[in-house]
Design a protein around this ligand. Structure first.
Ligand code: NDP
Length: 245
């Protein structure tokens, strides 16, 4: 197993892409802590699945909109496992709509959860991450290509992660810590179901003509998290079926 003995924290790990990442990293050998906001039942179920794989697991209720939550989540994971090697900033919300219809509340929510929380979580993790560790941020293909109207706020929030990723890659490189950004395309989850209203349009914007699976994003996270990813840092990697092509 490539991640044997490693400990990972994944924000928003109770469903969708985060769930797939949690399971994949555990399959690869890591102990996994995951955060969630509402779905304690789903989080508990995933903890049991990870334990069944022979790994340690922990679910932490932590609303990314709360500025205190990141530090508590990082401290909880590090205390449970005695170390922290991998942080995956995955929790996010899709706030879409015409720019004139976005309220101040919408803007604050998107920026708090999609930008401030990854920043604060990375900031809290830096002092705990082992040398040679990993930070993997989950962005969006809409940071690379705006294929349809209504993405001003979401794209703004996800594009901010490029700056965070590159700057942290520079800052943490001397410790052998890599920092990367994955831009998923349309992935079949509760946030963006493959049978949703705009699914046919989104499918049409991909080169492959289909939605991706959460496990297809998790596979790239696993690559970056493992030894195979050790010389990749500061990169933005599309897992988008050619959405940005
Ligand atoms: P889902 O909505 O399916 O799942 C979101 C997960 O994040 C859940 O575990 C949820 O917890 C958690 N979460 C949501 N808000 C918060 C919060 N405020 N605090 C803590 N946890 C929270 O999303 P996806 O799996 O589709 O998306 C995961 C990431 O991938 C997001 O950053 C998203 O922007 C990005 N992405 C998704 C794409 C897609 O097509 N699906 C495309 C491009 C990017 P709970 O279960 O408790 O509600």
């Amino acid at each position: 197993m490539t991640l044997d003995g490693k400990a990972a924290l994944i924000t928003g790990g109770s469903r969708g892409i985060g769930e797939a990442i949690a399971i994949r990293l555990a399959e690869d050998g890591a102990d996994v802590a995951l955060t969630y906001r509402d779905r304690a039942d789903r989080a508990a179920d995933i903890v049991e699945r990870i334990k069944a794989l022979g790994r340690r697991a922990l679910a932490v209720r932590a609303d990314s909109a709360d500025p205190e939550a990141p530090r508590a989540a990082v401290a909880g994971a590090a205390a449970e496992f005695g170390r922290l090697d991998i942080l995956v900033n995955n929790a996010g919300v899709g706030v879409l709509g015409p720019v004139t219809e976005l309220s101040l509340e919408d803007i604050d929510r998107a920026l708090d959860i999609n930008v401030r929380a990854p920043f604060l979580t990375a900031q809290a993790a830096v002092e705990r991450l082992s040398d040679g560790g990993r930070i993997i941020n989950i962005g969006s293909c809409m940071a690379e290509r705006i294929a349809f109207p209504g993405g001003s706020l979401y794209a703004t929030s996800k594009t901010a992660l490029t700056g965070l990723t590159k700057a942290l890659a520079r800052e943490l490189g001397p410790r052998g810590i890599t920092v990367n950004l994955i831009h998923p395309g349309p992935i079949d989850t509760d946030m963006n179901p493959a049978d949703g209203e705009s699914a046919a349009m989104q499918r049409g914007f991909t080169a492959l003509g289909r939605y991706g699976l959460p496990s297809e994003v998790a596979a790239t996270v696993a690559h970056l998290a493992g030894e195979s990813g050790r010389y990749i840092s500061g990169a933005s990697i599309a897992v988008d079926g050619g959405f940005a092509a």
